[in-house]
Design a protein around this ligand. Structure first.
Ligand code: IDP
Ligand code: MG
Length: 142
């Protein structure tokens, strides 16, 4: 897969628990993203700490790790031109109160922490995060 053509996403525990998995995947599909890898899994505390390690100095870090390991998530690699920036536009601002109408976070987030969905913030992190969840044999670019 070419750099710039893919991003990594995770539908967060609250959204999964509230039955929003399929509605969110529907939005992603309507926006023209193709799924090239997907799994439902549950992060251990250690895995959540590792995934969010850039935030380990933030006041919300401990809560975030507890939340992200509190239940299953849906992890996926998505393909589209300019995937990272297109996907960040689709999900909207980190804080749902500041997210634009029509964005996934505006529709499905319940708070800044439980904001329904993750999206990589750079091509470099898209690669790092995809490799965190998937082996090369679990990604099917087409
Ligand atoms: P992003 O997910 O939009 O890239 P980041 O700043 O990278 O936002 O933060 C990672 C995650 O940490 C957010 O998606 C959210 O779940 C949580 N988070 C960020 N800021 C806060 C906060 O101020 N309070 C509680 N949780 C936060
Ligand atoms: Mg981020």
């Amino acid at each position: 897969m070419k750099t710039g053509e893919f991003t990594f996403t995770m539908i967060k525990p609250t959204a999964v628990r509230l039955g929003k998995l399929v509605p969110i995947l529907h939005e992603i599909n309507l926006a023209g993203f193709n799924v090239v890898a997907m799994k439902m899994t549950r992060l251990s505390r250690l895995q959540a700490e590792k995934f969010y390690e850039i935030h380990n100095d933030k006041p919300f870090f401990e809560d975030l790790v507890s939340f992200m390991s509190s239940g299953p998530v849906l992890a996926a690699v998505l393909r589209k031109e300019n995937a990272v920036s297109e996907f960040r536009k689709l999900i909207g601002n980190t804080n749902p109160q500041n997210a634009e109408e029509g964005t996934i976070r505006k529709k499905f987030a319940i708070s800044v922490q439980e904001n329904a969905i993750h999206g990589s913030d750079s091509d470099e992190n898209a690669l790092k995060e995809s490799c965190f969840f998937f082996s090369q044999f679990e990604i099917f670019p087409h």
